[in-house]
Design a protein around this ligand. Structure first.
Ligand SMILES: CC(C)(COP(=O)(O)OP(=O)(O)OC[C@H]1O[C@@H](n2cnc3c(N)ncnc32)[C@H](O)[C@@H]1OP(=O)(O)O)[C@@H](O)C(=O)NCCC(=O)NCCS
Length: 138
């Protein structure tokens, strides 16, 4: 993924069910994210049209996969799997073997998709967040 993909990527994310764009997804933030995590985020194009994207990075210890989306008309063609595998390969090249992702508890389709690729749910873990801003949509 290049920052020049930003408009098409955010259009895809914005049109994807179970995905909401936040302030954290601003062009400025994604620019920094891609700079900090080169070679880990990917897009997939069909006939010049962007139909899939994934954002991924590492803190140097674990990998984090976020915002995986394939547009509705292109699902079931193996593109989601290719995007996830590209992330795993990129992280492995940097010596990162374990990767985490967050999926909404209601999003059973995505959970089945990840399980089909060997990911496992961490029922013993709960996600906690802290918001230091007065804004909710950060
Ligand atoms: C989840 C998503 C990225 C999958 O993309 P995709 O391109 O359709 O997935 P693939 O075609 O690569 O499927 C890979 C495997 O997962 C399985 N799979 C994919 N979607 C599935 C579903 N809804 N239910 C059950 N299995 C599913 C496929 O059968 C396939 O298995 P196979 O390799 O044995 O054939 C896509 O459905 C999507 O964008 N969903 C909305 C966004 C979302 O929920 N993202 C995850 C947020 S954490």
């Amino acid at each position: 993924m290049l920052i020049s993909d930003y408009d098409q990527v955010t259009a895809l994310w914005g049109n994807t069910e179970s995905m909401s764009l936040r302030g954290a997804d601003s062009e400025e933030n994604i620019t920094l994210y891609l700079k900090k995590n080169p070679g880990l985020s990917f897009v997939v194009e069909k006939q010049g049209l962007l139909v899939g994207a994934v954002l991924a990075g590492t803190d140097g210890r674990r990998g984090y996969l976020q915002h995986l989306a394939v547009n509705a008309a292109s699902r079931g063609e193996g593109l989601g799997k290719q995007l996830v595998n590209a992330v795993i390969d990129g992280l492995a090249k940097q010596g990162i073997a374990k990767t985490h992702l967050f999926v909404h508890a209601d999003n059973k389709a995505a959970q089945t998709f990840y399980e089909s690729m060997g990911w496992f749910a961490r029922d013993e873990v709960r996600m906690f967040s802290f918001n230091s801003s007065s804004e909710l949509n950060v």
